[in-house]
Ligand binder design. Sequence first.
Ligand SMILES: C[S@@+](CC[C@H](N)C(=O)[O-])C[C@H]1O[C@@H](n2cnc3c(N)ncnc32)[C@H](O)[C@@H]1O
Length: 317
Amino acid sequence: MNQTVQLLKALAEPTRLRIVALCRAGGDLAVSEFVRILGQSQPRVSRHLKLLTEAGALARIPEGSWVFYRIDDSGPAAAIVAALIDNIPADDITFQRDRERLAAVKRERADAADAFFSANAKEWSNIRRLHIDQKEVNACLTRLVGDQPMGAFLDIGTGTGDMLSLFADRIERGEGIDQSRDMLAVARSTLENDGLTHCRVRQGDLYSLPYDGAEFDTVLIHQVLHYVDDVAGAIAEAARVLAPGGRLLIADFAPHEVEDLRKTYQHRRLGFADFEFDAALTDAGLTLDGIEHLTGDPLTVVVWSAVKPGISARRTA
Ligand SMILES: C[S@@+](CC[C@H](N)C(=O)[O-])C[C@H]1O[C@@H](n2cnc3c(N)ncnc32)[C@H](O)[C@@H]1O
């Protein structure tokens, strides 16, 4: 009961109510965005955010030097906040103005993401031209996932979030992790524009994923491992968050000799042999159950599929 009283006390203040209403309407918002929308000083806004976080109303997501806030859906707050906000008249002038400012902030964010993507689009398409049509890779991944429900989905090194979009209509919830804030800005914008509210992205390192337990039914590492130093470490960490009965998919290149990818695109590894992940998968407690080759020129894409023994509680629930 104490927790609920603390939550209600925290919400019983106009600015804090405006903050949770904004989070409910706008997804993940950064401190600087609240400052702009609310027209209040940063220390004041930060104090309100701290109180709301301590009361369990908001979840705090640090991302480098930024911090994002969203409604905390791990406790009772989400339902209580929803009930409160839904009872505020739609024509309330303060809330209406906040929503207009939120829309302007989102538009700016989308424009910035667009600019980033335009600047990098050439690079992406240049790489894609070296291997087979991405549609074929997507079809292969979809085939390997099979007809089973995909449950909770984690896309490691999500980049611009394409893989979240690909599987969005088959998953209960999706999370994308990436270390690049610029890539995540593009992903956020796409997910928001497409209304994929069950998918989220956050900044994180694939060697220390921000999850405590084995909570994902499907984990994907798509075109990421050729950048990393410690492939076994990355696989072990992916396996750690995979639920019993869950599936890990890795898509990357077969061994190749396009040395220029190192210089121009920062690739560390020039592809992987079929057997290259065997030991790492076994050590991580996974069983390899399929390898597919999608032959391209000069780059062949390979998809490895592995399962964690056990039966997923979510799937049988
Ligand atoms: C070639 S992109 C692939 C993006 C996405 N998976 C796709 O296929 O469209 C590789 C991504 O891996 C991310 N990445 C590389 N090393 C990482 C690390 N240690 N932790 C998290 N993300 C990482 C990069 O920021 C980049 O967005």
